[in-house]
Design a protein around this ligand. Sequence first.
Ligand SMILES: *[C@@H]1O[C@H](CO)[C@@H](O)[C@H](O)[C@H]1NC(C)=O
Ligand SMILES: *[C@@H]1O[C@H](CO)[C@@H](O)[C@H](O)[C@H]1NC(C)=O
Ligand SMILES: *[C@@H]1O[C@H](CO)[C@@H](O)[C@H](O)[C@H]1NC(C)=O
Ligand SMILES: *[C@@H]1O[C@H](CO)[C@@H](O)[C@H](O)[C@H]1NC(C)=O
Ligand SMILES: *[C@@H]1O[C@H](CO)[C@@H](O)[C@H](O)[C@H]1NC(C)=O
Ligand SMILES: *[C@@H]1O[C@H](CO)[C@@H](O)[C@H](O)[C@H]1NC(C)=O
Ligand SMILES: *[C@@H]1O[C@H](CO)[C@@H](O)[C@H](O)[C@H]1NC(C)=O
Ligand SMILES: *[C@@H]1O[C@H](CO)[C@@H](O)[C@H](O)[C@H]1NC(C)=O
Ligand SMILES: *[C@@H]1O[C@H](CO)[C@@H](O)[C@H](O)[C@H]1NC(C)=O
Ligand SMILES: *[C@@H]1O[C@H](CO)[C@@H](O)[C@H](O)[C@H]1NC(C)=O
Length: 501
Amino acid sequence: MGNNTISSSIYSVMLLAISMAACVSTFAVPSSAKSSSSSFLFSAEAEALLNSGWWGNFSLANRCSLKGITCNRAGSVVRVEVHSYGTLSNMNWSSLPNLECLDLSNDDSPYLTGAIPGEIGTLPNLTHLDLSYNYLGGVLPATLGNLTQLVHLNLSWNYIGGAIPSSISTLSKLTHVHLDLSENNFLQGVLTPTLGNLTQLVHLNLAMNFIGGAIPSSISTLTKLTHLDLSENNFLQGVLPPTLGNLTQLVHLNLAAMNFEGPIPSSIGNLRTLIQLNLKANNLIGSIPLEIGNLKNIEQMDMSYNMLKGSIPSSIGHLSNLTSLYLRSNQLTGSIPLSICQLSSLAVVDMGHNNLHGPIPREIGNLSSLTKFALDRNDIVGTIPNELADLHLLEYLDLSQNNLSGKIPETVMITDVLDSRLLPPTNPIVAGDIVLVATMAFACLHPKPKSRPSMLRLSQEFLSRRKALAVPLHTVPLLNLWNRKMDFVHQSNEQVISAQV
Ligand SMILES: *[C@@H]1O[C@H](CO)[C@@H](O)[C@H](O)[C@H]1NC(C)=O
Ligand SMILES: *[C@@H]1O[C@H](CO)[C@@H](O)[C@H](O)[C@H]1NC(C)=O
Ligand SMILES: *[C@@H]1O[C@H](CO)[C@@H](O)[C@H](O)[C@H]1NC(C)=O
Ligand SMILES: *[C@@H]1O[C@H](CO)[C@@H](O)[C@H](O)[C@H]1NC(C)=O
Ligand SMILES: *[C@@H]1O[C@H](CO)[C@@H](O)[C@H](O)[C@H]1NC(C)=O
Ligand SMILES: *[C@@H]1O[C@H](CO)[C@@H](O)[C@H](O)[C@H]1NC(C)=O
Ligand SMILES: *[C@@H]1O[C@H](CO)[C@@H](O)[C@H](O)[C@H]1NC(C)=O
Ligand SMILES: *[C@@H]1O[C@H](CO)[C@@H](O)[C@H](O)[C@H]1NC(C)=O
Ligand SMILES: *[C@@H]1O[C@H](CO)[C@@H](O)[C@H](O)[C@H]1NC(C)=O
Ligand SMILES: *[C@@H]1O[C@H](CO)[C@@H](O)[C@H](O)[C@H]1NC(C)=O
């Protein structure tokens, strides 16, 4: 697959996201509209808007120029996008039969409370329903299944409970490009096989609810999906269905923090457009499939906190766009694959708390974008390669609880381990402070407790007169601090003192 295909598909996803961000208004004049019935309709619409209280007082003739109201050419309300409060029953919905877009998502208080009234289901032309970011409770009304023109449904960030009504699966006609019921925390029930009827779905987000049961294998019919997020539904269980591999348009797949068991299906390698894969915190077993190396576009991969065994496949070295790789807390064995060292975009590598053995490859020095490298709690042997000192962006390094030996290389300077975003101090007194603190920190980490400085010694050292560093900070090897060797100048007499703490 060429880069053109990939970028154009990403582009079309973006376009889609933009076009879905607001309803596209249409200006169709109902052909059947007779002036008398229209004027009756218009005054009923205006009255409903007035009675809702969301616009305060206004003259009925001005209904179409109200903030957040759009009328069609005939003068009938087709869009309502407004900051609303009170309850949804404030509005007489059956007075707005031509409504196509209802966006009452709120980014500020006061919010909508109460339940979603069944009357919402009586809006035959509704294509866009967004009630996100409110305090709506209750359960989802079954009448939602009457909104046969619906394209976009977003009820995320509310407190809605109960099961997802099975009638939703009848919205298959124009259904839904976006279904976002995430962050409700009360939605429960199971995912039924009828989910597979929503074949037009592009974006499905049911994260952070209490939905249970298994992922129905019918999910494989949702072949237009680009975003699938079922994460943090603690009751979802069973295995990852191999049919997931049929969702070949997926860009974001988040199945973190559920109770999935069994292996990662090798069909995951079919998801060649994936950019983000999150399988964190499940009970996945078996090994990481070799086919993972087919995910050429992947940037973020998280399989941490599972029970994965076997070695890290060297095919991971094919993932040239990978920026973060999280494999923490599994039971992975074998050595760190050398192929990883060719992934020049890698910024975060966390392989801590596994059973990895063998040495840290010198070629790790090729990972010039690396900011975080964690390898703690493994069985890594050998020495710390000098090449780690070449990683100038490295901010976090954890090699603790391994079986590493050897000295800190003399080529590692104290400035290599300081935050590279800050300029090193030019004032020799400040530089002296940094050296003193680092030396003391090392001294307190001495493997033999008896060689560690006492509290008294530490406080004396910190309370004594501040000393200037005799040499520029960037020339001080870290090893000297480990060996507690520091060259200070006493300000009074310009005399270099080699101190041994
Ligand atoms: C509402 O506004 C109309 C004209 O816009 C005015 O005639 C009417 O008195 C107002 N009512 C209230 C309660 O302010
Ligand atoms: C709501 O509007 C409909 C149609 O305009 C009307 O028949 C009905 O009486 C209204 N209901 C209320 C409670 O005002
Ligand atoms: C719905 O939309 C169609 C055309 O898109 C239009 O003819 C009709 O009048 C609208 N309103 C209702 C209530 O169906
Ligand atoms: C709307 O849906 C409900 C429940 O699914 C159903 O009983 C009712 O007949 C439907 N109403 C219309 C007008 O389609
Ligand atoms: C749904 O609404 C939330 C909150 O406003 C927003 O973050 C999210 O992107 C929306 N989802 C879709 C699919 O538009
Ligand atoms: C929905 O899916 C179920 C099972 O997957 C199927 O039996 C049913 O015919 C479908 N309904 C529609 C309206 O497509
Ligand atoms: C889904 O993928 C499986 C193999 O993983 C294949 O056998 C099956 O035909 C596919 N189903 C559909 C509907 O594409
Ligand atoms: C990797 O990222 C670059 C830049 O974002 C992009 O052009 C390219 O298509 C991506 N995929 C592969 C396989 O390199
Ligand atoms: C590391 O970089 C060097 C020079 O760019 C290259 O020759 C070598 O193949 C790289 N090694 C690995 C394992 O990627
Ligand atoms: C640490 O590695 C050495 C060889 O470098 C080996 O002899 C020793 O048994 C290892 N210790 C542990 C606790 O694995």
